[in-house]
Design a protein around this ligand. Structure first.
Ligand code: DGJ
Length: 737
């Protein structure tokens, strides 16, 4: 029986698993082991994370065992980095946690190890969870706190996980950016001292940094080689990842080897949390994977895990959509939308999304200064209401989707007039508005606001069950740190309670509407993380739709997030942000590496372009399972090569693949570039065929219909006709038996 349910057993540590240490607890996936150790009454130690050895004794005998506190707390080891810091009811600020028991539960595929730690003196319990996704080589870890002190214990730091590494040449890969330029990949050697990646936007927690990282164990990062740990936090709110090259090392306490420490979790800044007696506090899950095949292996582990377990409807193919925003912005009317649907349907499109500008009865949403919160149709623009739009969609044979920004309001809105106390705002101060000079955030810690936000979706879905897609936007930070709902002495709970409120609304929505496709958007890519992806089917990657810059943004994103969730749209030229003009084929070929869509008026294409777009969309449909469900192999990085970029997707059983190759700069008289493939079966033979062809009457690439072994392609590679700037090629490989 595949899903063999293991009975939940409380095991005394001594009987759990004996290795050289007193009592050790291996958390194991198909290829990796995270090893912890600690007898009952002793501290829990982190021993090892890496490839599963032939026997656990190899870890001890080789001197690899780390023996660091697995979940260090402020207390009698103050100089060390710590994961948890509390202030007890009597003012004492220390914890001394020891193992109380270990339990295991779950299935053959997903095993949970639960380790209970208790303070030696205070009635304060910490449970550490390690959830092993066996076939994906992924381990999720989090903590839960509980106490029976006579009052509230103040949580001052509450990380999800702590991980020590043997100090060495660690390179950090992470994402950094800003609006319109999100998810840029940054790689740097971590030198002595601390590096902190954090966010406190409060709403859009991935506009600048992302709570995801990769760290090498042994030198420079490579896509294909070397040991890499990747981590990503499942939390929608402010976060903090701390990398500390042990400047605090205390020679009297530790072995002399310097150790590198990583602390990962929610951002504790301005967030002291008062935990009442007998109430549990759960940290978000930190997701870890270990790869011996470089960064590429780590990305594939995360992508497979995300599709199998995390992203909503992770194995469902996503539709090709057109979004109205860059086509018309706020200039919404029934005729224009009907025309856009008709034109998109005629080239093979599947779904139309009505973006911003459709709502506001008393105050029509003609620009970004009014109406958020008033989720009734703007009748002057759309006299037929949403019904008019859904009827157009069904007439043209496309599905219908709609944009909302339900956590927000504007000073000029019926909602704000009715509920001025629902906004995030400090007592005794004027709120600072953001977008349009009038936008404000609703207080998601308030259950009435939560009900309202749920009702926005519920009303739309109840009245218009045809809605197949919701784009959920959020276009301002949590500027004003204050809640009119939370008590004065609990204002520091705002970040946590805002996001708990948000998550509980999303859970309600998903329980009632599991199949509506939802996109997480926040001024572009402000919500690209697994906190969101457990509720959403996809994310809007960036408001930057310039195909050249998207190569970089998407490359960064794909390190951690699967292509099926990466909304990638073909827009017009000159691009509205960059003013760059690139050929339609290049724009399509870039957008086809994610969830393909359009963000322009199809009628603006020439007849030749339209004829090509029909072909490109049909071709995308045929490779859609490869892109959205296949394994990603990154070949030529746009961060390293200023002339070329390339990646490919391979079917899980390696009988089919698709290769994307791009040229972004032309330098005269350079040697011909070879695109060396990866991820194929060396012993399989593949027939090559060019797709997404601009001119179907011109000869295709020289290798058209030729057969090559996987071995040859992964060894010698191919030269491809990407000879001029913004040349691109898409090649399908099909196994020949
Ligand atoms: C920001 C989003 O990123 C855009 O795609 C668009 O939906 C606008 N908001 C609408 O205001």
């Amino acid at each position: 029986m595949k899903q063999l349910l293991l009975t939940c057993v409380l095991l005394m540590t001594a009987g759990y698993a004996m290795a050289k240490g007193e009592a050790s607890y291996p958390v194991q996936t198909k290829n990796t082991t995270l090893l912890l150790e600690g007898a009952v009454g002793e501290p829990l130690k982190f021993i090892y994370y890496g490839p599963t050895p032939a026997s656990l004794s190899e870890i001890y005998d080789s001197g690899t065992a780390l023996r660091r506190n697995a979940y260090p707390t402020l207390g009698n080891d103050a100089p060390q980095s710590h994961a948890l810091q509390v202030k007890h009811v009597d003012g004492n600020m220390s914890l001394e946690l020891v193992v109380d028991g270990v339990a295991q539960s779950g299935t053959e595929d997903v095993k949970i190890t639960e380790i209970t730690l208790k303070d030696k003196v205070y009635p304060f319990t910490v449970k550490l969870f390690y959830k092993a996704y066996v076939k994906n080589d992924v381990i999720e870890t989090w903590a839960e706190y509980f106490h029976t002190e006579q009052g509230d214990v103040a949580l001052q730091k509450f990380a999800s996980a702590f991980m020590p590494l043997r100090a060495g040449d660690h390179y950090l890969t992470h994402l950094h950016g800003t609006w319109g330029n999100e998810q840029n990949m940054v790689e740097e050697l971590l030198t002595r001292g601390s590096k902190v990646i954090k966010n406190r936007d409060g709403v859009r927690n991935t506009q600048t940094d992302n709570p995801s990282f990769m760290i090498t164990i042994d030198g420079k990062p490579s896509e294909t080689k070397g040991n890499v740990i990747a981590g990503t936090l499942v939390w929608t709110g402010p976060y903090k990842l701390e990398f500390d090259y042990n400047s605090n090392n205390n020679p009297y306490v530790y072995e002399s080897t310097p150790v590198f420490e990583i602390v990962m979790g929610m951002n504790d800044e301005a967030s002291e949390y008062y935990l009442p007696r007998t109430t549990a506090f759960k940290t978000p899950e930190m997701v870890l994977t270990y790869s011996t095949e470089g960064k590429g292996g780590a990305s594939r582990n995360l992508h497979r895990w995300a599709r199998d377990y995390k992203v909503i409807n992770g194995h469902k193919l996503r539709d090709i959509l057109i979004n109205s925003w860059e086509g018309v912005y706020f200039d919404v009317n029934q005729e224009g939308m009907d025309e856009m649907m008709r034109d998109f349907a005629s080239i093979g499109g599947e779904l139309f999304v009505m973006d911003d500008g459709w709502f506001g009865d008393k105050y029509p949403r003609d620009n970004d200064v009014t109406s958020l919160g008033d989720w009734t149709v703007a009748k002057k623009k759309l006299p037929g209401g949403i019904e008019g739009l859904t009827q157009s969609a069904s007439k043209h044979g496309v599905k219908f989707g709609i944009w909302i920004e339900p956590e927000m309001t504007n000073l000029k809105s019926e909602l704000y007039e009715k509920h001025p106390d629902w906004i995030i705002c400090q007592d005794n101060r004027e709120p600072v508005p953001a977008r349009g000079g009038t936008q404000l955030v609703l207080d998601m810690s308030n259950p009435k606001v939560q009900d309202f936000v749920f009702s926005v979706v519920d009303n739309l879905m109840t009245k218009h069950p045809e809605i197949a897609f919701i784009k959920w936007d959020a276009n301002m930070p949590l500027m004003n740190y204050g809640s009119m709902y939370l008590p004065r002495d609990r204002q520091s709970h705002l970040y946590v309670e805002y996001h708990r409120g948000f998550n509980s609304v999303m859970e309600r929505i998903r329980a009632k509407y599991p199949n509506v496709v939802m996109q997480a958007c926040a001024s572009g890519g402000g919500r690209v993380n697994y906190g969101y992806m457990q509720h959403f089917d996809e994310f809007w990657t960036s408001d930057d739709t310039d195909a050249h810059q998207r190569l970089l943004i998407q490359w960064g994103t794909l390190n951690f997030f699967p292509a099926m969730g990466m909304a990638s749209h073909v827009s017009t030229v000159p691009n509205h942000l960059s003013q760059r003009v690139v050929p339609l084929k290049f724009r399509f070929d870039v957008a086809m590496t994610g969830r393909l869509g359009m963000e322009m008026l199809p009628k603006d294409m020439t007849a030749t372009e339209r004829e090509y777009a029909i072909r490109a969309i049909a071709d995308y449909k045929s490779i859609r399972p490869l892109v959205q469900q296949g394994d990603l192999y990154k070949l030529v990085s746009p961060y390293e090569n200023n002339q070329y970029a390339s990646l490919m997707y391979v079917a899980p059983d390696k009988d089919r693949a698709v290769l994307f190759a791009y040229r972004t700069l032309y330098m005269s008289s350079y040697p011909l570039f070879r695109f060396v493939l990866d991820g194929l079966d060396p012993d399989k033979n593949y027939r090559l065929s060019e797709i997404s062809r601009m001119d179907k009457d011109k000869p295709a690439l020289a290798q058209q219909d030729k057969i090559f072994s996987g071995r040859f392609l992964m060894n010698q590679g191919l030269t491809l006709p990407v000879n001029s700037v913004y040349g691109s090629a898409v090649v399908e490989l099909t196994e020949v038996k």
